[in-house]
Every structure is written in C-alpha cells, then in structure tokens.
Design a protein around this ligand. Structure first.
Ligand code: LFR
Length: 489
C-alpha cells in the first residue's frame, strides 16, 4: 500500500514514550502507545539514570505497538544527549549512566581546559560550553576503576540500540554533543581525544541518520511478540536533532524553539559558525540530519517550571499546570525577571526559592505568590528566546521571518504568545511530538515510503499536523525593549 507502521522511541528527561506511526507519501498518523516515567535515582551521592528501567519501558512500548498497530516495520530511538554507559570487554554495562544534572563535572572543567583551552575546544567542536558535556563527564571519571575497565562508551540511544540488536555504533547527531567530535569534518576529533588522554577505542564507528543499524534480536522479538525481521534504523538520535526535522518549516528563513525540559533556540545552517564571537555568545554547532548544523543555544527551559511544580507538590501546594498558567496570565508582565541560564538553576532542587534568591541578588522584589513565580519564569524565558533568536540571526547571517515552537511547550498558550510578543515575529506552535515525528520521517525515508530532503519531509508535516499561529500583539514591543534593557543592565 506504500505505507508502513513504524515505532518511534523518544526518551525525555521526565518520561519515555513509544509512538506508533502509520506513514506514507500522504499520511503521517502518530499514536502514543506507551508512556513511562523516567525517574532519576540517587545512590551514594550520585544521580543516575535508571537505564534498565528505561529499556524495560522500551520493550513494553514495542510490545504495545505490535499489539495496537498489528505489526512494526521499523524502529528508531532518540533521547536526550551527552550521557553514556560504559561497556567492559565482554560487552556488559559497567554501572548506571550518570545524570547530566549530577555535580561530578565541577572539578573536571578546569582540568579539561588546562589540557585544551576553551577557544581551541570551540574551534574544533563548535560546542557551547555546558559543564556536563560528555568530555567533562569522562574527565570526572578519570582514575576510576570503572573507566579503566571500560572498552566502549555508548550514548543512551546507542546503548539501547546495542541491547536491541547487538550492533555497536555512535550516531553522529548525538555524538556531536560529546565535545569530542569535529564539527567541520563530522568525524571524531582524534587530536582532542589524544590530548585529553582518552582511550580512542571508547568511541565506536559513526553512524548516519538513515543507516540501518541491525535487526531486533531473536530474544527481543520473543519478548515483544513482534514478527521479524524488524530493522532498527538510525535517526537523529539526539532528540533535538529529530525535533528540528519535525519543524514544519516552509522556507529556510525560520528559527526554532524546541521547547521541553530544555529550550533549544536557534537556526538550521549548512556550515558551522566557529568564530570567537559565537563562542562568547554561547552558541553550539550540533550536527543535524542530512548534513545540516543545528546552530542553537541551550536555554534552561521549562525545567524551571517543572521543578517549581515538583517543589510545590512536595509542600502540599497546588501544582496543576492549567491553573498555574491561568493565574500567571493575570499577573502584570515583567514584575520580576531572572536569567534562566543562571548556573544555580541547573541541579534539581527548590526552584521557587532559587528564583526568589536570584531576584533579591539583582535588586528586585522576589515573586510573592505561585502565580508571580510562574509569570517570572515565562517572561524570563520569552525574553531569553528573543535574545537568542536575535543573536543567532546576527552571528549566522540567516534571515528569520517566523519562529517555530515545537515540543511540549507548544501547548503552553501563554508562553507561545509571550514568545511572539518578545521576538516581534509570528510564532507557529506545534507539533508537540516533533521529535517522534522527525524520528519516523527519517525511518520512513530509509525504508522507502518517503523520498526527498528535509523540505519534502517537512511538507508532509505541514499537510498532516496541526499548528497554531500566534501573532505579536500590537503595541507590545516597547515593554519588551524595556525589559531587555533592564536585564542587560
Ligand atoms: C533536550 C536535550 C538537549 C541537551 C540536553 C541534555 O532533551 O537533548 O538538547 O542539551 O537534553 O542532554
């Protein structure tokens, strides 16, 4: 029939989901068949991912996909970036992957920068300095028995792919977040790996989105009840890479905000921007599908809101999102503003208290209610999006006439309107499931039911997925200009 049934595994910081998609030249229907919590676990002072729990959720999801869709013709996996599991010489996992919000990287940053100065790291990898990038985590593990016993380091989607198929590889969009990949040659940065005294053998051969990684093993078929052969196809295994594929752009003059736990704000380019100005502005050159570059900046994102809700719930306060947003909409704009990228917000903890402390430290009256705290978060995020979109345009020379806001944040109507007002640009919000859609589009092309480049894949998104348009409100500009002047002092 020219259509296939594909399973997309999309793992986020707070939950994992498996979607079943029916895809063909004129069809792209996505159904969530399984969702499971992703709960970090702290043992002996270290924050870990429960990676076997996640793998169990993936198997449950594949079983559900087979049951509900009747068959599965292909599987693709994407997740958050930078974190990895180590395998020993027998291929066994050495411990649980450490969570990027664990504090272990703190001491490693000076050590890495002592061996290779930040300017040199950037000139090769083009990666925004984030203290949890893989390169710093590996440096933090230096001298441990675990790292000494390790023969392979596999990023989370590559680790799950290994368990599903037995095949070992490093998908390139996610490998570009390690800080050990050359953004220009799109190969492992051999020279950096050597200078940082890392074992070259840890880093497996690179795989491109669209490569066929292998087939689900007989064990996996049995456990999931799927009928083989079922190919596992490499997709943009970094969730942000798949989410950018899932942007329903009609031209190349667009910016995106991939808005989930993080907000990834930037543009799509053909070539990296490796200038000193780009480094100073904190822009990253992560690699995208089809040879593209995701020129973007990590903004702390809805994490500020999610952690606030978690804190309130733990104190028995109301934490229901629709109610909080309705109350925040009644609060006057710009009552308090914070820099969402303040390092104090990175680790898990009491976010409302940290926001209040940040306000006090900058001479502002801290929010006095939950509604004011939520409003402070949303105003501050929208202002950060404005700054980042404008900086991306300035540094890359790419003109932007629309902002696509994709991911869970597209449901947050207040945030979408504030983003349009702050940026002074139309915002097209949706799809919510951009990452899963980008995942299945790349699979479908590899398996032969779709063809063309990103423009053709995105045309299918535009004809099949809902999106909501927000226009900047007349007269809102002056307020945002003044807010920007306030935070930039
Ligand atoms: C978003 C994301 C970001 C990455 C962060 C940590 O889910 O993948 O792109 O910087 O998680 O891995």
């Amino acid at each position: 029939s020219g259509e296939l049934t594909l399973a997309a595994v999309d793992l986020g910081a707070s939950s994992g989901r498996v979607m079943a998609a029916r895809v063909g030249p004129e069809r792209l229907d996505l159904t969530e068949v399984h969702r499971f919590p992703n709960r970090p676990v702290r043992t002996a002072g270290t924050l870990h991912w429960d990676v076997l729990g996640l793998y169990g959720g993936v198997l449950d999801g594949l079983r559900a996909a087979g049951r509900e869709a009747g068959r599965v013709d292909g599987v693709g996996i994407d997740s958050w970036a930078v974190d990895y599991g180590l395998l020993d010489a027998d291929g066994a996992l050495l411990g649980n992957p450490v969570h990027y919000r664990d504090g272990r990287h703190a001491t490693a940053v000076p050590a890495v920068h002592g061996a290779v100065p930040p300017g040199e790291l950037y000139a090769v990898t083009g990666l925004q300095h984030l203290p949890f990038n893989t390169v710093f985590q590996l440096a933090a593990a230096r001298g441990t028995a675990q790292l000494a016993a390790a023969r392979r380091a596999l990023l989370v989607p590559d680790l799950l792919a290994y368990w599903l198929t037995g095949a070992v590889g490093a998908e390139v969009t996610n490998a570009s977040t390690t800080g050990l990949l050359d953004a220009t040659s799109r190969q492992w940065a051999e020279d950096l790996i050597g200078r940082l005294d890392l074992d070259r053998g840890l880093f497996p051969p690179l795989r491109q989105p669209g490569d066929r990684l292998g087939e689900l093993t007989a064990d996996v078929l049995e456990e999931t009840g799927l009928a083989g052969p079922v190919p596992l196809v490499a997709v943009g295994s970094h969730d942000t890479a798949s989410a950018v594929v899932g942007v329903p752009a009609a031209t190349d003059r667009f910016a995106y905000v991939s808005c989930g736990t993080w907000s990834l704000v930037g543009v799509e380019l053909e070539k990296p921007v490796l200038t000193e100005a780009s480094r100073a502005a904190g822009f990253t050159n992560e690699l995208g599908v089809d040879g593209t570059v995701r020129y973007l900046r990590n903004v702390m994102g809805l994490w500020l809101l999610q952690e606030s809700q978690r804190t309130w719930a733990a104190h028995g306060l109301p934490a229901d999102l629709p109610d909080l947003l309705a109350a925040a909409a009644q609060v006057p704009a710009f009552t308090a503003l914070v820099d969402p990228d303040d390092a104090r917000f990175l680790p898990p903890g009491d976010m409302p208290a940290r926001i209040a402390a940040a306000c006090t430290a900058t001479g502002q009256t801290p929010p006095r209610s939950q509604a004011e705290t939520v409003r402070c978060i949303l105003d501050s995020l929208a202002l950060a999006y404005r700054r980042t979109v404008r900086a991306a345009v300035g540094l890359s020379g790419r003109d932007v006439e629309i902002v696509h806001l994709v991911g869970g944040g597209a449901r947050n109507t207040l945030l979408c309107q504030l983003t349009a007002d702050a940026c002074g640009l139309p915002v097209l919000a949706g799809p919510v499931e951009a990452a899963a859609l980008g995942n299945v589009l790349v699979q479908a092309r590899r398996l032969g039911v779709l063809s063309g480049g990103l423009p053709e894949l995105r045309a299918l998104l535009r004809s099949t997925q809902d999106a909501q348009l927000y226009l900047p409100q007349a007269g809102s500009e002056a307020g945002w200009d003044a807010a920007e002047a306030r935070v930039s002092g």
